[in-house]
Ligand binder design. Sequence first.
Ligand SMILES: C[S@@+](CC[C@H](N)C(=O)[O-])C[C@H]1O[C@@H](n2cnc3c(N)ncnc32)[C@H](O)[C@@H]1O
Length: 310
Amino acid sequence: MSGGSTGVYHTPVLAGVVARLAQGARRAVDCTVGGGGHSALILAGGAELLAIDRDPEAIAHARELLSGERARLLTGRFASPEVMSVIRAFHPDFVLLDLGVSARQLEEDRRGFSFRPGVPLDMRMNPFEHSTPTGADLLNSWSEDDLARLFRENADERRARRLARAIVKRRKRRPFALSDDLVGAIREALGPGTGPRDFARIFQALRMAVNREREELEGALPQLLEAMAPGGMMVAISYHSGEDRIVKRYFNEWSRSCICPPGQPVCRCTGIARGVLLTRRPIRPDPEEVAANPRARSAKLRAFRKSDAR
Ligand SMILES: C[S@@+](CC[C@H](N)C(=O)[O-])C[C@H]1O[C@@H](n2cnc3c(N)ncnc32)[C@H](O)[C@@H]1O
């Protein structure tokens, strides 16, 4: 399997790390099965697998790839109560989160994740969730303030206000429907020097809002820790600095023996670390891989091992 544009995972180097860490696991959960590349490596390591994705197309594809008695597939959001109760009952000793969108989702124009011309601004990871607003819905309905906050927080965009204003002005003439509409607004607001990197950053920010990706991650991590068997390992790969910060914060907090606020004279927390941080610094793809594949550029892998005690 390759990590190039037709590959299933974004970085083969990090996939190798996942395969090594999953060796010896007995019950593994892949919370984001996508194209099934990591899941196949986990199965090859001997584990029983629970593979989850909120995208029904990803599950249908993974079902063909991963069929067998050791694999079970489930459609749903990993932070949803239904999925979490299945994970809890499975009592995994290995949990993987490979966040964001899959290569397949990015490459299928009708799914609406790409800034290629003529692509509908959909961006829902589950297109059958009819109550979930699409990317176009958010651009056509959010206030200028909310749009500015979105681009500042999710895209680190200095000119977020200018972009939000351009969107609100444009949608009065014609509602946003296609990638070209958003690319036009970005060019208008950020100037003629804008290019694919800017489009990718802004489209990613919108996609994260459509799918409430940060909220999913924030909600899931503490529950996944509780669901894991003692001694279990959690591995997270993120492609966005905001998501990486969430993973880093939780893993650091769980590995500290005291989490009382600074200055509190007497320790009131349990005073026992929940486990050990296995990656003081994130593991990154190597430079050749990053040069060959822009999707690998921002990838960061972090790992945590839950203590044997509980
Ligand atoms: C980067 S891809 C995973 C690629 C996969 N590791 C592979 O080897 O092909 C991320 C996948 O996670 C799914 N996903 C993202 N957020 C999710 C969530 N909250 N619950 C379940 N699946 C999610 C997406 O639909 C996508 O298929």
